[in-house]
Design a protein around this ligand. Structure first.
Ligand code: C5P
Length: 233
């Protein structure tokens, strides 16, 4: 019988370095990278586009009943379309940022997105990043990590990242937006962000990304990539 492929769960707050680390671990170990937050952002994008208020849980549920989501793999990452469209960079817009945590707190939305994420097992071994991957989506995986960094460091990283995409938002605005999402993500009733039992906690403040990637790869029994090889495009 074929050994089931691994699922590596990487949870943590916004801008803790999860995406970069998860992408590079996936590429080093030949697994698929999954950004679960992109699906919550996708649902938020669709809701805004269809005029569904983010606080209207019943309308969100109806929206998802009609939604056609399709998954595929490109460049080692799982991608999706919603109602035939790839939302692309619209997922990172200010209106999605401002509303995604409220949408993601709706139990009907979580239920649907968790089911989508579990379906991705059919695509092979995964490195999935999010807020509840180790606690809720794949609680049985032995490979769980919780990545954190100080609020100041996270705001600094996200601000630099957004500026690179052409955003003019100030450091203070970025920090306030992160705080807003942290507050909702850690206090919501349905699957709040917390450290999963058995997870390895890594505080990446002041650590180089290469070192974080190496810690994760070693913990799951893989060889850490050299600084050059592991870096994605
Ligand atoms: O990871 P990212 O910051 O893109 O996630 C956007 C939002 O989606 C988070 O602030 C959180 O509210 C929600 N989310 C979640 N559960 C996940 C991933 C993201 O609730 N597994």
């Amino acid at each position: 019988m074929k050994t089931p492929e691994r699922v590596i769960a990487i949870d943590g707050p916004s801008a803790s370095g999860k995406s970069t680390v998860a992408r590079r671990v996936a590429s080093a170990l030949g697994l698929r990278y999954v950004d679960s937050g992109a699906l919550y952002r996708g649902v938020t994008w669709l809701a805004l586009r269809e005029g569904v208020p983010p606080e209207d849980a019943a309308a969100l549920e109806r929206l998802l009943e009609r939604a056609d989501v399709r998954f595929g793999v490109a460049d080692g990452a799982v991608r999706f379309t919603l109602n035939g469209t790839d939302p692309g960079l619209a997922l990172r817009g200010a209106d999605v940022n401002a509303n995604v945590s409220e949408v993601a707190a709706a139990p009907a939305v979580r239920h649907r997105v968790v089911a989508w994420l579990r379906e991705m097992r059919a695509l092979g071994g995964l490195v999935m990043e999010g807020r509840d991957i180790g606690t809720r989506v794949f609680p049985d995986t032995p490979y769980k990590f919780y990545l954190d960094a100080s609020p100041e460091e996270r705001a600094r990283r996200r601000h630099a990242e957004d500026a690179g995409r052409g955003s003019a938002a100030s450091l203070g605005t970025v920090q306030a937006s992160l705080q807003h999402r942290d507050r909702i993500d850690t206090s919501r009733r349905a699957d709040p962000l917390k450290v999963a039992p058995g997870a390895t906690v890594i505080d990446s403040t002041g650590m180089e990304i290469d070192d974080v990637v190496a810690v994760v790869c070693r913990a799951v029994g893989g060889i850490a990539p050299s600084a050059k090889e592991g870096r994605g495009p």
